[in-house]
Design a protein around this ligand. Structure first.
Ligand SMILES: O=C(O)[C@H](O)COP(=O)(O)O
Length: 232
């Protein structure tokens, strides 16, 4: 019997991950190691006989390139790919581009963790006059300003990610498709929190490393039957 499968992949290491900088909506490329991690994703999918029917990514190139490299490695590049800003990484506000160790020193462990891994504490917002603010990026020019964040908590990210999951991705699962999603550390933490009904307290411990592949198999009622992490 064909069962719906959801394959979640965190993009490979980016050049900001390598430098230990907060990234958020900053649109940075994969590092050479990240490209290798993306190839490994394709290799592991092949080894496990997982050939997706459809692919979803965020609008950020580290997730787009991870999906493209993985599908090339899998020799499965023909499938439809849909992209949405709703799968983008959590907006890291004024912390974007800052060194994580320096921010930790400046804010102290408790505040740092509350923002970085907690549920409803956003980082300080990006100044509206900052040239990096999202509405100055041509890609988002047609959006209403109110839709574009200058900082987000995990709760804010979860709202848009779950909306997109329920409106779009879940429709494919209901047709028993194998759905590939290439996204980000925190947009995926938000989705996993929703799927596994993880509490606000427990989500603090949820970590998703770069290049990780999580495969959920669903029953016909869209209930999780099995969860697997694919390892090389
Ligand atoms: O946006 C970032 O900096 C990373 O993609 C995720 O970072 P985090 O693990 O520090 O939340």
């Amino acid at each position: 019997m064909k069962q719906a499968r959801l394959v979640l992949v965190r993009h490979g290491q980016s050049v900001y991950n390598k430098e230990n900088l907060f990234t958020g909506w900053t649109d940075v490329a994969l590092s050479p190691q990240g490209e290798k991690e993306a190839q490994d994703v394709g290799r592991l999918l092949k080894k496990n006989g997982i050939y997706p029917d459809i692919c979803f990514t965020s609008w950020l190139k580290r997730a787009i390139h991870t999906a493209q490299i993985a599908l090339r490695e899998l020799e499965w590049e023909h499938i439809d790919s849909l992209r949405s800003y709703k799968l983008n990484e959590r907006h890291y506000g004024a912390w974007q581009g800052q060194n994580k160790s320096k921010v930790l020193q400046e804010y102290g462990e408790q505040q740092f963790l509350a923002v970085r891994r907690g549920y409803d504490v956003p980082p300080p917002p990006l100044d509206e006059n900052d040239s990096r603010v999202v509405w100055r990026d041509a890609k988002y020019a047609t959006f209403e300003r109110a839709l574009l964040p200058i900082s987000e908590s995990l709760k804010d990210t979860k709202k848009r990610v779950v909306e997109y999951f329920q409106e779009t991705i879940q429709k494919e699962l209901k047709k028993d498709k194998t759905v590939f999603v290439s996204a980000h550390g925190n947009s995926l933490r938000a989705l996993v929190m929703h799927l596994e009904q993880i509490s606000e307290e427990d989500v603090v411990k949820l970590e998703i490393p770069t290049g990780e592949i999580i495969v959920y198999t669903f029953t016909t009622e869209i209930q999780i039957d099995k969860k697997e992490i694919l390892l090389g």
